[in-house]
Design a protein around this ligand. Sequence first.
Ligand code: MG
Length: 381
Amino acid sequence: MSGTVALVVGAGEGRRFGGAVPKQYRTLAGEPVMRRALRAFLEHPQVTSVQAVIDPSHRAHYDAATTGLDLPEPVAGGVVRQESVARGLERVAALKPDRVLIHDAARPLVSAAVISRVLAALDASPGAVPALPVADTLKRGDGGLVTATVERQNLWRAQTPQAFRFADILAAHRRAPASGLTDDAAVAEHAGLAVAIVEGAEDNFKITTEDDLVRAGRLLGASETRTGIGIDAHQFGPGDHVMLCGVAVPFERGLIGHSDADVGLHAATDALLGAIGAGDIGSHFPPSDPQWRGAASAQFLRRAGELVAARGGRIVHLDVTLICEKPKIGPHRSAMTARIAAILGLAEDRVSVKATTTDRMGFTGRAEGIAAQAVATVALP
Ligand code: MG
C-alpha cells in the first residue's frame, strides 16, 4: 500500500489540565476533543488511514470517544511524546505509506486547508510544519523581572500536523536521541532533513487549559443559554431606610433580615445561581453563619457572578422586579441599575430594575414587606 497515514497522538497525561477526564477526551461542543481531531483526518480526501496513539490507561475514554469511527486498534504510547510517535510510526510502517501526518490529539480545530498545505509542501521538502509568526514582543524574564527583549524576527510558533515523507521520518526517529525532542520537526532537524514552514492557523491551537476549552467551544459556536429565576421577600421592621438593589432608600421603616435584607440583590443572586445550577443563596451564605450578620448583599451577588465566570459563562441579562406599595422605586431605579451593573462588571443595558405594586392585595399590598423576583440569562460554553 502507499498513501498518507495520519498519526493522532494523545498519549500525554495533560498534567496542566485539572479534572478527572484527560483533556483530549473532554467534551467540546458535544464531541470529545480527540474525536474531532481524528475526524479531521478521516474526512480528508488525501488521507488513506488514521492511527491513534493513546495512553493504555485511557482505553475506556478512547473507546467511548471513537464509537462508530473506522479506526484500527490504537497504539500504546510511551512515556514521552517522542517515544509515542516512534511507536506509532513503527506500527504503520507495515502499511508502507509514502507520507505521514503527525498530529496532537489536543488540537481539535485543525482545518482541511492546513492538512492540505503541509501535504503539498512535501513535494518540495521531506518535512513540513504549519506555523505562525510570533506577533507579540518576546521577553526573557527571571524572578518576575524582564531581563531582555528577544528579537522576534524569524521566530515561528510550530503547530501540528507536521508532515513528512514516511521513510525519512521513520529513519530519523530510529536514529534520534532517546528523548528531549519536543516535536517531530525537531527529530527531522536532528537528522538533517529540510523542514518547510507553511502557514498554520490561529484556530489550530492546542487545548492545554480550561480556558482553551472554553475558547474552542466559542469558536464552534457552542454556547447554550440558561435562564434562572430568583424570588425573595423580607418583612418590614424598625428602621429609617431599606436596602434595595444595593441602594439605601430612605423610608420610615427598615427590612428585617440576617444580612442587610436586600430583597432585590437576594433575588438576583438566586437567579444567577439558578442559571448555572449552583444551589441557592442560603447554601452559599448560610443565615446560621454569624459572618453574614448585617452583611452587604453586594458580596453575595458578586460571588454568584464569579461562579458564573468560573463556569466559563457570561451574564447576558439580569431583570429584577421589586414588588411593593412603598417606598416609591422610580426615583432610585437608575441608581439601582447602575449599582447592580457595577457589582457584576456588566454594561448597564444588561441590567433591568423595575417595580410593581400588587394593587393593595396580599402582604405587599398591606405593606407588610417587600418582595422581589429576578430572571437571569446566562450564556455557557
Ligand atoms: Mg433574602
